[in-house]
Design a protein around this ligand. Structure first.
Ligand SMILES: NC(=O)c1ccc[n+]([C@@H]2O[C@H](COP(=O)([O-])OP(=O)(O)OC[C@H]3O[C@@H](n4cnc5c(N)ncnc54)[C@H](O)[C@@H]3O)[C@@H](O)[C@H]2O)c1
Length: 402
């Protein structure tokens, strides 16, 4: 796939991409030269502003198929390489890259970067299938690290729930629910095309839910799955997220992809530790606001966290955490946090992991390859149980849309 360079930027120069070195950062140490691939919503909202504001990083390259979109993200006065194709990064010295492209490009682009020795953070869903998870793990054997993990783990309300778990006794059940009032992303874009996205609400919201949920349970294996998916809202323009690019256009029927994804997924998993996990991921519903509810039931009590993950403007006004024990409900106080603060913490965590002397991709860090494999396995099992096979095989080698 050929690409072209454009933008406010200079042409790539200098030595080939550095091997995946992590520079320990003393005071005044150079920033990690970082490429952001994909200049869409998440890079505009999260990655470029947060990386640029962080002392450990500087964005030195931006890649997007649409050069105008990429150029618009270049911070004022900065000299940044702007490319239209990941190949445009060849020859650039890089310490780190963030893959924030449509889902079908995550693994092939990450593999190529890893092959050049560049550590990568891969946006969620890191992969669409277990085959892609294996391909990513194979590419990481070269030594460069794969970083991932839902920012939701860094929310104070989620951490308060985690802190309560030892007081709940033996855990028996976990309920994971993210239900949006109306939040189908990009009514006519890649998000709703199963060949590209690989899945709908389950892969999109369910990846976050399972990442947080399995972490709360101490990362068990999963032995059984039941699932049901439906797409009753997907053709309804009013159910499209009004905060998403190409957002809502009331009165106009939504264009749907030839092989559309589900807008609603319901499922049930059993862990090898005997915990029953129910999951509901919905891009649209009859609800008035978008809500995320995590329920953990143990032998000594039930904890319920209710709030709204992500950036939706249609939010539960404040997160709440309650514990029910033998008919008595206790309210656990929570800090009132700014929307999106968990992403700043994720970037902080990345800086810490990238700059320590011996980075590990297989240890206890959030988003390890083992965790990615289990998440992909859960989602694949839920889709299979619902009668959905994986996305039509855009092979890991394929970068462009089929
Ligand atoms: N962690 C989170 O909370 C979070 C939130 C939103 C999105 N995401 C994930 O981030 C990824 C991007 O989502 P988004 O909302 O920014 O999507 P988007 O559609 O807004 O942006 C994707 C960008 O990729 C570009 N692109 C498409 N094909 C390309 C190619 N072959 N080469 C180069 N550029 C190409 C598009 O031009 C577009 O600008 C998705 O995987 C999504 O699931 C994560």
């Amino acid at each position: 796939m050929s690409g072209s360079m454009s933008g406010t930027a200079h042409a790539p120069s200098g030595p080939a991409v550095d091997a995946g070195r992590s520079r320990p950062r003393a005071a005044g140490a150079p920033r990690l030269r970082t490429a952001v691939l994909g200049a869409g919503w998440v890079s505009r909202t999260v990655w470029v502003p947060l990386l640029e504001a962080h002392p450990a990083f500087e964005v030195t390259a931006l890649v997007d198929a649409d050069p105008a979109v990429a150029r618009a993200l270049v911070p004022p006065g900065r000299d940044i390489v702007v490319g239209t194709d990941p190949d445009d990064l060849l020859g650039l010295p890089l310490d780190f890259a963030v893959v924030a492209l449509p889902n079908h490009l995550h693994v092939p682009v990450a593999r190529t970067l890893l092959g050049r020795g560049v550590p990568v953070f891969v946006e969620k869903p890191v992969c669409r299938t277990t085959a892609e998870a294996r391909a990513l793990a194979a590419a990481a054997r070269g030594g460069a690290g794969v970083y991932a993990g839902s920012a939701a783990r860094h929310r104070a309300d989620v951490q308060a729930l985690a802190a309560l778990l030892p007081s709940l006794g033996d855990l028996r059940a976990l309920g994971l629910d993210w239900t949006r009032a109306s939040g189908i992303p990009q009514r006519d874009g890649w998000f709703t095309d199963r060949r590209l996205a690989g899945g709908g609400a389950l892969l999109d919201l369910g990846w976050h839910l399972l990442d947080v949920g399995l972490d709360l349970l101490g990362r068990p294996g999963v032995t059984d799955a039941l699932g049901a998916v439906s797409g009753d809202w997907i053709g309804d323009a009013d159910a499209t997220a009004d905060w998403s690019p190409r957002g809502r256009n009331r009165g106009t029927p939504a264009h749907t992809a030839g092989d559309p994804v589900e807008d609603t997924a319901r499922g049930f998993l059993l862990t090898d530790t005997g915990v029953a996990v129910s999951i509901q991921a919905r891009w649209a519903s009859h609800q008035a606001v978008d809500s995320t509810t995590l329920t953990v039931e143990g032998t000594k009590g039930v904890a319920v966290l209710r709030g709204t993950f992500g950036f939706s403007p249609h939010r539960v006004p404040r997160s709440s955490l309650t514990v029910l024990r033998r008919g008595e409900r206790t309210v656990v106080p929570l800090p009132d946090e700014p929307v999106g603060i968990e992403y700043a913490r994720l970037v902080d965590d990345l800086a810490r992991r990238l700059t320590r002397p011996a980075p590990s991709t297989t240890g206890t860090d959030g988003g390890s390859l083992a965790e990615i494999g289990v998440l992909a396995h859960c989602i694949e099992r839920l889709y299979a149980a619902a009668g959905r096979t994986g996305p039509s095989p855009a092979t890991p080698e394929t970068w462009s849309a089929p």
